[in-house]
Design a protein. Structure first.
Length: 293
């Protein structure tokens, strides 16, 4: 296969890494596999490591993986098939927690620059603003032709959001396929670092400065929104408008306002952030009814 695999890990002696490798072996015979072990280095930079792999990869397709991803089934064939059918530059899939709940089918960006995940099931391939680099296939032939690489100014977070935005900007496609369905145990290494919140905040501000403050994000999403399954500019604006309704309901704690906010969130419940807000509203409504009883 014309595929290079990349696994980034802080420690290849852990049980987690061994589970990752054991699951990979049956489906990746004949693939080049690069393992970058940063040995818990404080200056780990995910974007830099992906770029390093891109430069030395012998395959046309680079599959980026974190060591907390446990693959199953014909995941690699699914990524390659989706790329071939759509001509996509980037392809991702469904990520699940260990208990089978979905944590990611694709990503979108909220109007204030926060990244968020779709966590509903999808039954067909679809285009999303971005997919998670914890496991995704990149067509190096396309991105090299556009001179698109990962921005190493992002240390860990938002690097795939920025990368996918530039793919869209050059006319490429970012696709998620349900045929690739894997376990992703999410953030096992990064969350153990004392500075992970500071890194997240700095990376978010960099994304806002590059894309949101300049209007560049709105321009790209406006020009490509007909291709998107969800996460269009119109949907972003609608959700941002809804958030004012939510904030008013939380501020007043009025039962009528809470019910209005709960009814208004329904169109957005494919998004993890909206599911969280719905739970907050449900708790507020239940507490109001209990107080009135």
């Amino acid at each position: 296969m014309d595929v290079t695999l990349l696994t980034c890990t802080p420690d290849q002696t852990t049980d987690l890494f061994r589970r990752h490798i054991t699951a990979l072996k049956p489906s990746t015979i004949g693939c080049e596999h690069l393992v970058f072990d940063n040995r818990w280095s404080g200056d780990f930079n995910h974007a830099r490591e992906i770029n390093r792999a891109s430069r030395i990869a012998r395959g046309r397709f680079l599959v980026t993986m974190d060591d907390d991803v446990i693959v199953r089934g014909e995941w690699l064939e699914a990524l390659l098939d989706a790329q071939a059918r759509h001509g996509a530059a980037v392809v991702g899939g469904i990520h699940r927690w260990a208990d089978e709940r979905i944590n990611h089918t694709g990503g979108w960006v909220m109007w204030d620059g926060r990244g968020n995940h779709f966590d509903d099931a999808i039954d067909a391939d679809g285009c999303f603003p971005y997919v998670c680099s914890a496991i995704c296939l990149i067509d190096l032939e396309q991105v090299r032709a556009w001179d698109v690489a990962f921005d190493e100014g992002f240390r860990k977070y938002f690097q795939e959001v920025d990368f996918c935005m530039r793919v869209w900007e050059h006319g490429g496609l970012v696709v998620s396929t349900p045929a690739c369905d894997v376990y992703h145990l999410v953030g096992q290494a990064m969350k153990s670092r004392a500075d992970h919140k500071a890194v997240d905040h700095a990376d978010k501000l960099r994304f806002i400065d590059r894309w949101m403050s300049t209007g560049r994000f709105a321009s790209v999403m406006q020009s490509r929104q007909d291709a998107l399954r969800w996460g269009t500019l119109d949907q972003m604006r609608a959700y941002d408008s809804y958030l004012r309704t939510f904030e008013r309901a939380i501020a007043t704690n009025d039962l009528d306002d809470l019910h209005v906010a709960r009814a208004g969130i329904t169109p957005f419940l494919c998004v993890g952030h909206a599911k969280h807000l719905a739970r907050v509203l449900d708790e507020r409504i239940a507490a109001s009814h209990a107080a009135a009883a």
